[in-house]
Design a protein around this ligand. Structure first.
Ligand code: FAD
Length: 543
């Protein structure tokens, strides 16, 4: 750790173990069956100065699009800073894109992988996009065994090889996803890209694509799963960058988006021009085929919401523990204690929520109840955790004062990343409406979700009242206009049960006094003064 300088500057938070410094993550991961030894080693590695520097460089030196080579031929390549490749190499070697498949479901591999993802994206979120999509893509690709036979071993490889080559000449690949078009992202049925069969078509058959995609992130992936209309309806296709004969597929990158954040990761507008593609799954069943992938990427996006919050609050904790004002260290000032404690309470609740959800995804292949739980719990977490991260990061930035607004600190980067997770993989309204849809089509998902929460009945009167209210809300069809309010109620009740069962008592008490029974405002620093503000705020300081 850097020491405070004589002029009252706290110095950077550097080289600490992101895993062991977290007050709740190690226990939560152990409870869900994850490998804490591996995470302890990784937490030290990604918390190092070297990797923080890679992250800084990868975001300061944004990707560059090269549409043509010097002879005027199309190449459609994106050039990244070497530091971005270093980040991806680290993630791929750690197996973040493949670990969930390396062990049987229930053995903890997916929980471990999710925690690895949460640690590395505290430092750099942009590279998480391709590893998330690659991990998720395999479940969709397996709908088409002959395609999976070629691509699966390459997805499961821990080699990062960024050069474009035909799959048979590669030792590892990354896979992207293209659904969004200009006409509609949430409403993908509005897509207009079309696919024409080459030789009769059908599942596994070769097609030619025309049309475009408005957002395709990580465009240097080796292949993309995309949606396009075939004669029998919207279908899913695999589109490789390089064809088996070594010729580049005609996938045209028009522009890279000039984005608010996530700047290390390129996001391209692309056009199809007689582009070769292979159908994955049944014709006309594109959305159900690709939705498996979206379900897992939503888990990752929720996880990123938590990782941004944790890193921002750790930065805030470090600063106020090492900065003096008005004759005392800031962390000893009652009002700063309240702000930091309030943030810490939110992050600990979020960490318990994402880790419980991670366990449900771990076990859902072997436990139908966990699958049903995840059906509602995933959109609740995606909605709540991604939305909470923006106000948490903003308030944490303020704790760091003027230094938090300056690029030398990590805070501006965390702040720019935060809103994205609420937009991609389904923006807030779409996610809230998805919960209503799940409730009406799969009422068992409501029963299982409520039953999980009911296990904490009797521990607190205000919580019991919230559980009663939720049951009443679900006893009638959910009006679209009420969907957000309902999701908020679900999230707070779920977080409360997790804290009462597994949280530290002082944190749990503060959550109940403010969020469950209290009048917590929409801003932070409003915990009742009777909470253990000094104790809770110290939990935010990385040691
Ligand atoms: C940096 C970045 C990278 C991306 N990368 C990819 C990628 O790799 N692949 C990909 O396919 N997409 C990608 N996207 C696209 C992203 O998934 C979409 O932007 C997102 O799904 C929203 O779609 P949209 O932009 O068309 O907004 P719209 O669908 O027009 O939605 C606008 C607003 O309307 C709301 N809304 C929509 N329907 C309803 C309704 N029925 N009732 C009430 N409100 C509603 C939404 O919640 C949203 O707030 C990326 C986006 C960004 C910003």
């Amino acid at each position: 750790m850097s020491m405070s300088s004589s002029d009252n500057q706290p110095g950077p938070v550097d080289s600490y173990n992101l895993f062991t410094a977290d007050p709740v993550l190690p226990t939560a991961v152990r409870r869900e069956g994850g490998n804490t030894d591996l995470l302890t080693a990784f937490g030290a590695q990604v918390g190092s100065d070297e990797i923080r520097e890679w992250a800084r460089l990868a975001n300061r030196n944004v990707p560059i699009l090269h549409t043509h080579d010097r002879f005027g031929d199309r190449i459609d390549e994106v050039e990244y800073h070497p530091a971005y490749h270093s980040m991806l190499n680290l993630a791929v070697e750690a197996g973040i894109h493949c670990m969930r498949y390396e062990q049987p479901a229930g053995d903890g591999g997916y929980v471990t992988r999710n925690a690895l993802m949460g640690l590395i994206t505290q430092i750099e979120m942009g590279h998480g996009c391709p590893t998330s999509m690659t991990s998720a893509a395999l479940t969709t690709l397996r709908y088409q065994p002959e395609l999976a036979e070629i691509w699966e071993p390459l997805i499961l490889s821990r080699n990062y090889e960024h050069q474009l080559r035909a799959p048979q000449h590669k030792s590892g690949v990354l896979i992207g996803m293209g659904m969004t078009e200009k006409q509609g992202g949430s409403d993908v049925r509005a897509n207009t890209s079309t696919a024409v069969a080459c030789n009769g078509g059908g599942p596994g058959g070769e097609y030619r694509l025309e049309g475009h995609k408005w957002f395709t992130s990580a465009p240097m992936c080796d292949a993309f799963l995309i949606l396009a209309y075939a004669p029998k309806g919207m279908s899913c296709f695999l589109v490789p960058r390089v064809l088996p004969d070594g010729i580049r597929n005609s996938l045209r990158f028009m522009r890279l988006k000039d984005k608010l954040g996530n700047r290390s990761n390129a996001s391209a507008e692309l056009e199809f021009d007689d582009t070769a593609a292979w159908m994955v799954g049944e014709e006309g069943r594109g959305i159900p085929t690709i939705i498996e992938m979206v379900h897992s990427t939503r888990l990752d996006v929720a996880n990123w919401g938590v990782s941004l919050m944790r890193q921002a609050v750790a930065q805030a904790g470090w600063h106020v523990a090492h900065r003096d004002a008005f004759g005392a260290t800031l962390i000893d000032k009652p009002l700063m204690q309240n702000v930091l404690a309030d943030l810490e309470v939110e992050v600990e609740a979020a960490t318990l929520m994402i880790t419980r959800l991670s366990g449900a995804h771990e076990r859902m292949e072997i436990d139908e109840r966990e699958r049903t739980f995840a059906r509602l719990a995933t959109p609740v977490a995606k909605y709540w955790l991604t939305k909470q991260s923006t106000p948490v990061v903003r308030e944490a930035m303020e704790c760091v004062g003027g230094n938090g607004y300056v690029e030398d600190s990590i805070m501006p980067r965390l702040y720019r990343e935060a809103p994205l997770n609420a937009i991609w993989e389904g923006a807030g309204n779409v996610i809230a409406l998805d919960i209503g849809r799940a409730a009406s089509r799969n009422p068992e998902s409501v029963n299982v979700f409520l039953e999980e929460l009911e296990q904490s009945r009797g521990k607190d009167a205000a919580l019991d009242a919230r559980l009663d209210a939720l049951r009443s809300d679900f006893s009638q069809p959910i009006a679209e206009g009420d969907a957000r309010r309902l999701v908020e109620k679900m999230a707070i009740a779920w977080a409360a049960t997790l804290l009462v069962e597994h949280g530290d008592p002082v944190v749990s008490d503060a959550y109940f006094m403010s969020r469950v029974a209290g009048d917590h405002g929409s801003l932070f620093g409003t915990l009742p003064n009777s909470c253990e503000l000094g104790v809770i705020s110290r939990r935010a300081v990385p040691v």
